[in-house]
Design a protein around this ligand. Structure first.
Ligand SMILES: Cc1cc2nc3c(=O)[nH]c(=O)nc-3n(C[C@H](O)[C@H](O)[C@H](O)COP(=O)(O)O)c2cc1C
Length: 171
């Protein structure tokens, strides 16, 4: 799959096979994450890797009961690390670290897709609750969770807005 095929192949999958992810596949996903751009190359985020079933279930509850998450063999939790972007003041602490972590999620999704794995971005969750469950160090802010596994469903494709509505050519 080339990049454009991978981009088109990615879709949110919310059911996973009870099959482990090979360690090498995970390593390649982590490496892809590490190649993502970041403000000032500070990489102001950290990624928690959750495999433990009880913890995944707690995270799913914190994600407003999105229980399908717990069916994935691995859940990555992307946490913005404002202190690492402190050099950029409020913009670093409030925006850049969140953007860094967000780009990393996108890289992880595409890498997983290229490896034949399925993911679903989870953004709806109680941040305080997730931080408590993972015992995150003070200041770290969970911004997205990403269950990864072999897909057990092929959902219909979601529609997209027409480009003409989104892309603004300024004369
Ligand atoms: C910021 C963000 C938050 C999201 N939160 C959730 C979520 O909490 N639960 C969920 O099932 N999907 C979530 N999604 C996935 C979207 O629903 C999905 O990407 C969108 O419907 C387009 O479908 P596709 O991913 O299959 O192309 C989220 C996606 C993004 C980018």
């Amino acid at each position: 799959m080339n990049l454009f095929e991978t981009i088109h192949a990615r879709q949110s999958v919310r059911a996973y096979l009870p099959r482990e992810i090979e360690q090498d596949a995970l390593r390649r996903i982590f490496d892809a994450i590490n190649q993502a751009p970041s403000a000032g190359n500070l990489q102001a985020y950290r990624v928690w890797v959750v495999r433990d079933s009880a913890t995944k279930q707690k995270l799913a509850k914190a994600a407003l009961g999105q229980d399908f998450m717990a069916g994935a063999p691995v859940v990555l939790v992307f946490c913005a690390e404002p202190a690492r972007a402190g050099r950029y003041g409020a913009r670093g602490a409030e925006l850049y670290c969140v953007q860094d972590a967000t780009v990393a999620v996108a890289y992880a999704q595409l890498a997983a897709t290229a490896l034949g794995l399925a993911t679903c971005w989870i953004g709806a969750f109680n941040e305080t609750e997730v931080a408590r469950i993972l015992e995150l160090p003070t200041g770290l802010r969970p911004i997205a969770m990403l269950p990864i596994g072999y897909g057990a469903e092929t959902p219909p494709r979601t529609p997209r807005r027409p480009l003409s509505e989104m892309i603004v050519e300024r004369a």
